[in-house]
Write a protein that binds this ligand. Structure first.
Ligand code: NI
Length: 139
């Protein structure tokens, strides 16, 4: 049976600051660049959720992408869009809101919401036009 990978793209705007209280201001800016800006700043995040499975013999679909859209909207987008990722989101509290950490947190929220036979394959999160991370779950 063929194994296929399907992806839904979503988008959110959010603010954050990357800052380690154990480092000096100079060290923070050296490490995090503009993301250390003390008054927060925004990004236009693009989120790609890729799931894998075998197509249903009747529908030909791995999964109804409308259903995947609803899961992503409810679990992630509705909670992150136009929020401050350092302050406003309970499931990101006490985490450095890097795209690495956000991706891992998104994985945990989506992976157990998928229909039987469908598995989460990859979370891809773009922070700028040049920078993105990919998370394939734990080893
Ligand atoms: Ni930033």
């Amino acid at each position: 049976m063929p194994l296929l990978y399907i992806t839904r793209k979503e988008h959110f705007n959010a603010a954050h600051q990357l800052w380690d209280n154990n480092l000096t201001s100079d060290e923070n800016f050296a490490l995090f660049g503009k993301c250390a800006n003390p008054h927060f700043h925004g990004h236009n995040f693009d989120l790609y959720v890729c799931v894998k499975g075998q197509p249903d013999p009747n529908t030909g679909l791995v999964m109804d992408l409308k259903k995947l859209k609803i899961i992503i909207r409810e679990e992630v987008i509705d909670q992150l869009d136009h929020q401050n990722l350092n302050l406003d989101v309970s499931w990101l509290k006490d985490k450095m809101p890097s795209i690495e950490n956000i991706s891992v947190a998104i994985w945990a929220r989506i992976s157990d919401k998928l229909p039987q036979g469908v598995k989460l394959h990859k979370i891809t999160l773009w922070e700028t036009q040049n920078n993105f991370v990919e998370f394939f779950g734990e080893d």
